[in-house]
Design a protein around this ligand. Structure first.
Ligand code: WQD
Length: 340
């Protein structure tokens, strides 16, 4: 049973990926500093998969702690690296915290992998690297535009760091998965998204409004050049996204990669507007959502949805869940954690 390290494995996408890894027979070691998650998530993972991953509470910004970890676990066959700060707005206010946390940690993990005779690395990247792409749907060859936020810049720089390292370390095999918009929760409602404070993202804000925690959703602008005036995104079920990580890892473990650095867009290929997401919530919850139109949010792109051809044909993965199914899973989770 190959042993896989998942950094940030108690986070939203990380926890769902650990569940999928364990269901495929991998032995999982989680590193998490619990800055944006809790030990309840470990219980949820164990409850779903009937297996408890090894857990190491560790600060990846501590280089010697990372070195000690890899000395202790010499049999790690692959690493899926989620650990990072990910709030776009916060990154504008705290750029140094974002550059330190998102880049130093990546560098320390890569330094350990580069020293191994063989290493397999999956990087949590983001469609944010494209900025406002010129053409829809977005392919992996789309231009990398100047980042709109320090958060987005850490993803762009992170990819460059990996690419440059792979050029001189043929033993290091890496895949960057560029996520579109992850939403939803595990169908068991044992794990899901746990935003701290006021949710920055659309879907958790919708479900919290539906649950009565928020008075109303503010729709950030309805005067965009889109069919209904609201921004368009590619909302992908977090379980579909988690499965993409396992497929990518297996690609590297079975040496099916055609280069030692590859990138894949991971989305559904379907663009949905903010109003369409609101209406989907109203359909699946049978509740009217209270919302108001507000000013545009600085930094928002008008439209972003994936061309999934490369992931479908080369990676051999495609998203299975519809927007309705993803929103319903998010709503089930919200009701569960609020005791509704
Ligand atoms: C989606 C749409 C908002 C909240 C960001 C990051 C991306 C990834 C996902 C980390 C936009 C609108 C939102 C609200 C609204 N993060 N909206 N009212 O900005 O596409 O992507 O989160 O990995 O990297 O860039 O997602 O959910 O914040 O916004 O109208 O209260 O919903 O304007 O059009 P986004 P989002």
């Amino acid at each position: 049973m190959d042993k896989i390290l998942v950094t940030g494995g108690l986070g939203f996408i990380g926890s769902h990926t650990v569940v999928e890894l364990q269901s495929e027979g991998f032995e999982v070691v989680i590193i998490d500093n619990l800055s944006n998650s809790s030990m309840d998530v470990l219980e949820g993972i164990t409850a779903i998969s009937g297996k408890s991953p090894i857990f190491e509470k560790l600060e990846l910004k501590d280089k010697s702690a990372v070195q000690n970890f890899f000395s202790k676990y010499k049999d790690i066959k692959g690493v899926i690296h989620f650990a990072a700060s990910k709030a776009v707005g916060e990154s504008v206010q705290e750029p140094l915290m974002y550059y330190e946390n998102n880049l130093n940690t990546l560098i320390y993990v890569l330094q350990e992998l580069a020293a191994k005779t063989e290493a397999n690395f999956i990087f949590s990247s983001s469609c944010t690297v494209y900025g406002q792409a010129d053409e829809m749907p977005i392919t992996e060859n789309a231009a990398i535009k100047p980042a709109e936020s320090p958060y987005g810049n850490t993803k762009q720089i992170g990819e460059e760091i990996i690419k440059d390292t792979c050029k001189v370390k043929p033993n290091l095999n890496a895949i960057a998965l560029r996520y579109f918009n992850p939403i939803g929760a595990h169908p068991t409602a044992r794990i899901g998204e746990l935003p701290i404070g006021v949710p920055q993202n659309l879907v958790p804000f919708i479900t919290q409004t539906g649950a009565g925690l928020r008075d109303a959703l503010s729709v950030f602008g309805d005067d965009y050049p889109t069919p209904d005036g609201t921004c368009i995104r590619d909302y992908i079920h977090v379980v579909d996204l988690a499965k993409a990580h396992v497929v990518a890892l297996k690609r590297l473990l079975s040496k099916k990669n055609i280069a030692n650095y590859e990138t894949f867009n991971i989305g559904t290929g379907v663009g949905s507007s903010v109003l369409e997401v609101i209406h989907a919530f109203e359909r699946v919850s049978d509740k009217k959502l209270n919302y108001q139109i507000a000013d545009r949010r600085i930094g928002d792109v008008i439209s972003a949805y994936a061309d999934t051809t490369k992931a479908n044909t080369e990676l051999g993965w495609e998203a299975k869940s519809s927007l309705n199914e993803a929103i319903l899973s998010a709503w089930k989770w919200e009701k569960k954690i609020r005791g509704l």
